[in-house]
Design a protein around this ligand. Structure first.
Ligand SMILES: NC(=O)c1ccc[n+]([C@@H]2O[C@H](COP(=O)([O-])OP(=O)(O)OC[C@H]3O[C@@H](n4cnc5c(N)ncnc54)[C@H](O)[C@@H]3O)[C@@H](O)[C@H]2O)c1
Length: 321
């Protein structure tokens, strides 16, 4: 099959590129490297069935050229950072809404068989009921979440108007190797870098805000089950562990697993505006429809991640910033 992965040089996208290249599919990775890294995909460049296109999903003409004969589109390219979305709401809107619309439109023109769209648990905002199922109101309080809601609605419009096969995946906080640990990186990577460098992790507010953390291998399996599903899945679908973890507990777990208990303590600073207080997944639909169940408990995922980070994480960052 011919697959295009937008955002394929990013954290999740690069794992998908790797999986499908190794399965023998033809994979086109389209990325403008806004937050992606060549180091994430360098090992794939020698594969004849892998093609890297440096380009922007805002470039409609480029998409039209690159997406000829593409069977399945994994659309992950996005401005994904909540903090950055406060500072750059326009960019966030342009990439996540207009960019998504471009991808959908070209997929329509070229008759792509399936589009798999990366939505996010951040569309829900702070939980009004727990766990959060797919019927939970969409109350994201920040521009990132709002742009993702708009992207989801655009998918819905293309499903309804053109009968397209578009899946909308809502993963809850994904972590694992290749996640950025600088700038607007993921919390687990940033905490790990700080703790291993003997710098205390920073917690905004009291640290009781919670998230549901999904290990990258479980996330890739979620994408793969959707990719291989015979029937279209056109309703949004949650993927998360159903385990609620406070940021305070997370920081202490990472400190413990890095062997720094008693040496380092988290530092509290003022809370951030619009921070979501509580996120916890109800992934019943994913289980019923696809048989997806998370295999990695948080502790196991963290151990694997910290092991990777110690061996490769620091090294892979050289020359990136
Ligand atoms: N990481 C998570 O916890 C998580 C959870 C739920 C959903 N998601 C979604 O999954 C997707 C991938 O997230 P990630 O964590 O891998 O982030 P990431 O930042 O590592 O990946 C995003 C990729 O998109 C690329 N990109 C950004 N703007 C682009 C543009 N205009 N044109 C082409 N490429 C562009 C970036 O360079 C990067 O490689 C995103 O859509 C995100 O919203 C992530």
């Amino acid at each position: 099959m011919k697959i295009m992965i937008t955002g394929g040089a990013g954290f999740i996208g690069s794992h998908l590129c790797e999986r499908y290249v190794k399965e023998g599919h033809t994979v086109i990775c389209l990325d403008n490297f806004m937050s992606g890294n060549l180091t994430n995909i360098r090992h794939l460049l020698d594969y004849r069935n892998f093609k890297l296109v440096k380009g922007d999903i805002m470039n409609f003409d480029l998409l039209e050229k690159v997406m000829q004969d593409v069977d399945v589109v994994f659309h992950l390219a996005a401005q994904i950072h909540v903090d950055r979305s406060y500072i750059e709401p326009k960019l966030t809107y342009e990439v996540n809404v207009m960019g998504t619309q471009n991808v959908l439109e070209v997929a329509r023109i070229h008759d792509a068989k399936r589009v798999i769209h990366a939505s996010t648990s951040e569309v829900y905002g702070s939980a009004q009921h727990v766990p959060i199922d797919e019927d939970h109101p969409l109350n994201a309080p920040h521009p990132y979440g709002a742009s993702k809601i708009a992207g989801d609605r655009m998918c819905y419009a293309y499903i309804k108007t053109y009968g397209m096969d578009i899946s909308i995946l809502r993963l809850f906080n994904v972590f694992g190797p290749r996640q950025r640990d600088f700038g607007y990186g993921g919390v687990i990577s940033i905490f790990t870098r700080r703790v291993l460098s003997n710098i205390p992790p920073i917690i905004y507010g009291n640290g009781l805000q919670t998230r549901d953390y999904t290990y990258i291998e479980d996330a890739v399996r979620a994408y793969d089950l959707v990719f291989n599903h015979n029937e279209p899945i056109t309703e949004p679908i949650n993927f998360g562990t159903g385990k609620e973890v406070s940021i305070m507990d997370l920081a202490n777990k990472i400190i413990g697993l890095c062997g720094k208990k008693g040496e380092i303590k988290p530092v509290h600073v003022e809370s951030r505006i619009g921070e979501v207080e509580r996120l916890i997944a109800d992934a019943t639909k994913a289980k019923d429809l696809l048989g997806w169940k998370p295999k990695y408990p948080l502790g196991e995922g963290l151990k694997d991640f910290i092991h990777w980070y110690k061996n490769y994480g620091f090294e892979e960052r050289i020359g990136i910033e």
